[in-house]
Ligand binder design. Structure first.
Ligand code: SF4
Length: 282
């Protein structure tokens, strides 16, 4: 069976921690490391694609098992016929990244820094993975924790990248979209901490809620937030902006749809004018 860009079902790998996806944002095959084997997250985004999502943190990680699974998956992909069997088109047959991303917030794993180091160590065993990047996909809410900072320093040494979720720059928007209430000041601090530790992109889901695109107040607040970060010299790389291409498993799923393309283009242009390049994956 071939992978498609809509196929992100982590249960299909049959492994505990490691899975492979064909990522539209990565532009090729991505090996994912899911540390939230309990499907627990400290947020509950309305568009979250995780069935049976629970509130909580990632459990302790069995580092030996993770190492075995990751090495085995990389051998299959880079030295076996996994690509031919699973990836439909030649142009997608490249291992773009190993992403730390799963069924919940990965930085809540108690062994997060050790996991980053482990991935770097295993990747170094493969000459074929010279250009494979490590990507941390995070909601950013725990970046201020010393252990997470330690993991980010290691990620930086490995030339890795952070994708920091920012769907709204208002308290109301964050509460409605992410069910998160730590406050914008915390988000602002954590964005800066991430960007100063490691190459960091914002990742922003743009969706219509009950058929309406984000209000003027919402989009203005987002643009202001970006402009302030840029003028404060926070070294962000840009914004990955994307829409709800995959099915939400949350009760609000019926309220979510894509914004019109023209709206998205106009919003992206405003964010670019505020000083950050935008990569659109609607
Ligand atoms: S932060 Fe990610 S894993 Fe957590 S609820 Fe949101 S989309 Fe799901």
């Amino acid at each position: 069976m071939s992978l498609s860009i809509h196929d992100h079902d982590r249960r299909k790998s049959g492994l505990t921690y490691v899975y492979a996806v064909l990522g539209r944002r990565a532009g090729g095959v991505s090996v994912g490391v899911n540390l939230n084997t309990n499907s627990a997250c400290n947020w509950r985004c309305v568009y979250c694609e995780i069935p049976d999502l629970k509130f909580g943190n990632a459990p302790d990680c069995d580092l030996q098992l993770l190492e075995r699974e990751l090495r085995g998956m990389l051998i299959d992909i880079l030295r076996g016929d996994w690509m031919q069997k699973n990836v439909p088109e030649e142009r997608w047959r490249v291992l773009k990244d190993v992403s730390i991303s799963g069924n919940g917030e990965p930085t809540s794993c108690p062994q997060f820094p050790e996991v980053v180091a482990l991935i770097g160590r295993v990747l170094r065993e493969f000459d074929e993975a010279r250009d494979t990047q490590i990507v941390l996909i995070t909601n950013g809410s725990l970046i201020h924790k010393p252990e997470v900072q330690r993991g980010l320093r290691t990620l930086h040494e490995l030339a890795g990248v952070v994708w920091f979720k920012l769907d709204s720059a208002t308290e109301e928007g964050t509460a409605r979209l992410n069910n998160a209430r730590a406050g914008l000041a915390r988000t602002r601090t954590n964005v800066e901490l991430a960007a100063r530790a490691c190459t960091t992109w914002l990742q922003t889901m743009v969706l219509a809620w009950k058929g309406e695109p984000p209000s003027d107040a919402e989009s203005d607040a987002y643009v202001r937030f970006v402009r302030e970060l840029v003028s404060a010299g926070v070294p962000l790389k840009g914004v990955h902006m994307y829409g709800p291409a995959r099915e939400s498993y949350q009760p609000e799923a019926a309220h979510i749809s894509e914004v019109p393309r023209a709206w998205l283009d106009a919003f992206a242009a405003r964010v670019e004018a505020a000083g950050l390049p935008v990569r659109l994956s609607p």
